[in-house]
Ligand binder design. Structure first.
Ligand code: UDP
Length: 404
């Protein structure tokens, strides 16, 4: 189904550029809204980085530093803020400062629809929206949450009083319901990924040729999120020296230093080193197996491309469940040791009928190439048929911030 709206809408997407995933998902949603109607005004607001103050306004730098250099500190912070009384207090503290700024965005942009694509941008902006509505005569404005994690996620994502919550998997749905969201508001629609993933060319040989790779040689794709973090160099080295009959593509993302280092090296197997690439769907489409950190965006994209995967690390907290997901669904393995990664690849490549092909089939079956379209359909339906009457009937006291 493709929902059409008669008039151009003002769509406000609240996100923050902390981790490539939130930004990529928000951008995918924007593109899909514009594909439906180029007259839609779609505004992406990075509330945390652009509408707060130090240290929140530097959360991207703190986040990257912590997940890279001190994951234990990130784990501890994540766990403490995951306690309801802590994030409720945090929201209450921030409300007098952030609230008026968010309200000003509503007043100037006059949204027809507000979409939250970040864990910390649900309760407070939703409450500000409702108060703002009460003070003027505008028709009720739907507020929806699009959870951009795959399975496990921070509890602050779930505000039972929003009008719709979209999730990527059954695991995520279970978690949302457990956190008090009413089931009629929760829909499993997949993770918002770029539209290009809905038409990945199927002919691997042709794709390899077009990308300048060797058409008849299996491709191992090594990725590490948008920022190129983690032990990429060590893993690349182990793979390259394992005597594999394969070629290696290393995507360094925005990590320019890593890219320069890897480009300057000699490689014993055919190897391509890339920086940030826009056409990930082509590189995934050309590959036979993916080695990556457990980022939700990358995993969702790999499923669509039918790529078996080895996960070599995960960010504590939000990415932990992704490891279980991949292992439980038999679409890959979690291996941290570089030498064991190379040995596993050797086994998988030697006997593709026993390993790669069945995993690829299962991965493809789990992929949701049309997730972004389906999510935008659901969001537009909210504008056409507002469910706000229903949501107001929900007991207000189930929201942790109801009395804030
Ligand atoms: N990505 C990209 N080009 C690159 C490297 C990564 O477009 O060169 C995209 C990748 O396809 C995915 C996102 O960046 O959509 C990374 O998101 P993920 O959730 O996997 O990890 P994060 O960077 O948020 O930790």
């Amino acid at each position: 189904m493709t929902v059409k709206t008669g008039r151009p809408l003002n769509v406000l997407i609240l996100y923050s550029n902390t981790g490539g995933g939130h930004r990529a998902s928000a951008e995918a949603l924007r593109q899909e809204f514009l594909r439906r109607n180029p007259g839609h005004q779609v505004r992406l607001e990075d509330i945390l980085l652009h509408r707060t103050f130090w240290p929140l306004s530097e959360s991207d730098r703190f986040y990257f530093w912590m997940v890279n250099k001190a994951p234990w500190a990130w784990k501890a912070l994540y766990a403490s803020v995951a306690r309801r009384e802590i994030y409720t207090t945090l929201h209450r503290t921030l409300a007098p400062i952030i609230g008026p700024r968010v309200r000003r965005i509503y007043e100037t942009f006059l949204p027809d629809l507000v979409v939250a694509a970040h864990p910390l941008l649900n309760h407070l902006p939703r409450r500000v929206l409702r108060r703002w509505e009460e003070g003027n005569t505008r028709t009720p404005i739907p507020f929806a949450t699009v959870i951009t994690d795959l399975t496990t996620f921070h509890p602050a994502w779930v505000d039972p009083e929003v009008d719709l919550i979209t999730v990527a998997t059954e695991e995520a749905q279970r978690n949302v319901l457990h956190l008090g969201a009413p089931s009629y508001k929760v829909r499993i629609l997949g993770l918002p990924i770029r539209e290009s993933f809905s038409h990945v060319p199927e002919d691997k040989h042709r794709l390899r040729k077009e990308l300048g790779l060797i058409p008849g040689l299996p491709v191992i794709l090594l990725m590490s999120g948008g920022q190129g973090m983690g032990p990429v160099e060590k893993i690349a080295s182990a793979i390259a020296h394992a005597n594999l009959r394969a070629q290696l593509v290393i995507v360094c993302g925005r990590n320019d230093a890593l890219m320069r280092r890897l480009k300057a090296r000699g490689w014993p197997i055919p190897t391509r080193v890339l920086g940030f690439v826009e056409d990930v769907h082509l590189w995934m489409g050309a590959s036979d197996v993916l080695v990556t950190k457990a980022g939700p965006g990358t995993i969702a994209e790999a499923l669509v491309c039918g790529l078996p995967m080895i996960l070599y690390s995960y960010i504590p907290g939000q990415e932990e469940g992704n490891v279980v997901f991949v292992e439980k669904r038999h679409i890959g393995a979690y291996i941290t040791d570089a030498r064991r990664i190379a040995q596993t690849l050797a086994r998988w490549l030697r006997r593709p009928d026993d390993y790669l092909y069945p995993m690829a089939k299962r991965a493809r079956a789990l992929g949701r190439p049309n997730a972004t379209r389906d999510i935008v359909d659901a969001l537009l339906s909210l504008v056409n048929t507002s469910t706000r009457g229903k949501s107001r009937a929900i007991r207000r006291d189930i929201s942790p911030l109801a009395s804030a």
